[in-house]
Structures are given as structure tokens and as C-alpha cells.
Design a protein around this ligand. Structure first.
Ligand code: PNS
Length: 159
């Protein structure tokens, strides 16, 4: 039985992330999107907000679960009985980092596989940090973040 976890910061979820979630959900029955709570990083959005954004953006995918984790991903995977990590790959820029992370996770947990999904070409340039920078400077983020959360993201930066 394949049990997938799609981990990330999702600060906030982008259309690129959503594309990966939709494609993972089309292939696998059991997909959990897991938001990292990283005590060393100050995110724009709280973990509750980030999970709420993901829930609202994935409401058309009833099987997809949303959760959070802290510490090592492989420990979270073990606690959930999950065996597959899903990650999106954008062009070549992500490869080095993703390769290292997959290798480290494979070393830490022999029974956990990482599966990469190529991000749809139309989303391949998207990064949460770029969306935040764009909106902070009054740029339009329509089509970059899911429409369900667009207003909240804009509101956050205009507060
Ligand atoms: O969206 P991101 O920030 O690229 O996601 C990175 C994430 C959350 C997948 C990664 O940083 C992670 O798994 N962090 C938890 C700690 C861990 O297990 N690191 C990998 C082995 S050292």
C-alpha cells in the first residue's frame, strides 16, 4: 500500500504546489500534504493559516489530507506509516537540493522512496518567496496562487 506525504513550507501554497498535489492525487489514493513547522524560520503565515490555505485550495480533492510536522520528515513518515515522499521539480534549479535531500532521507529510512513530479511548465518559475515579494510591491498574483487564497495573501501584505 502506497502512502504518500508531500512535505513543504507552503508559505503560502502556490499554483505550482497545487499542480503537484492534483497530479499526486490522480495517481495515489493516500496523499497527505504536510506543512513543516520550522522553529528556526519565521514564516509569513502561521501553520494554521498555511494548512487552511491548503485545505481551501484542495477542496476539489476530497481524498487529500492536510497535516503539519516538525523535526525530521522521515520520523513523521514513520509515525504515519507513510512510505513515499512526493516532491515537485522545477526545471534544473531544484535538482541539486532535491537530490541531496532525497539521498539523506534514503539514508535515514531505507523503506522510504522519494518520487519527483515535474512541475507543469507553466508553473515552473513559481516560488512562494517570489509571490510574496511580488504582492508586497503591489504586483498581481492572479494565477500564481490558488484563487481561493489570493485575497488573503494580498490582505496580509497590505495590512
Ligand atoms: O517547501 P520546502 O521549504 O522546499 O520544503 C522543504 C522540506 C520541508 C521538505 C524539508 O526542509 C524537510 O523535510 N525538513 C524537515 C527536516 C528534514 O527531515 N530534513 C531532511 C533531512 S536532513
Amino acid at each position: 500500500m502506497i502512502k504518500c506525504v508531500y512535505p513543504g513550507s507552503f508559505d503560502p501554497i502556490t499554483c505550482g504546489h497545487l499542480d503537484v498535489i492534483e497530479r499526486a492525487a490522480a495517481m495515489f489514493y493516500d496523499v497527505t500534504v504536510a506543512v513543516l513547522v520550522n522553529k528556526n524560520k519565521v514564516p509569513a503565515f502561521t501553520v494554521e493559516q498555511r494548512m487552511d490555505f491548503i485545505r481551501r485550495s484542495t477542496k476539489h480533492l476530497p481524498g487529500v489530507k492536510v497535516d503539519w510536522f516538525s523535526g525530521l520528515l522521515v520520523d513523521y513518515m514513520k509515525s504515519r506509516g507513510a512510505n513515499v515522499i512526493i516532491r515537485g521539480l522545477r526545471a534544473t534549479a531544484d535538482f541539486e537540493y532535491e537530490f541531496q535531500m532525497a539521498a539523506m532521507n534514503a539514508r535515514l529510512a531505507k523503506d522510504v522512496e522519494t518520487i519527483f513530479l515535474m512541475t507543469d511548465i507553466s508553473h515552473s518559475f513559481l516560488r512562494s518567496s517570489m509571490d510574496k515579494e511580488l504582492v508586497a510591491h503591489g504586483g498581481k498574483i492572479t494565477g500564481l496562487v490558488p484563487p481561493e487564497i489570493e485575497e488573503d495573501v494580498i490582505k496580509y501584505f497590505n495590512r
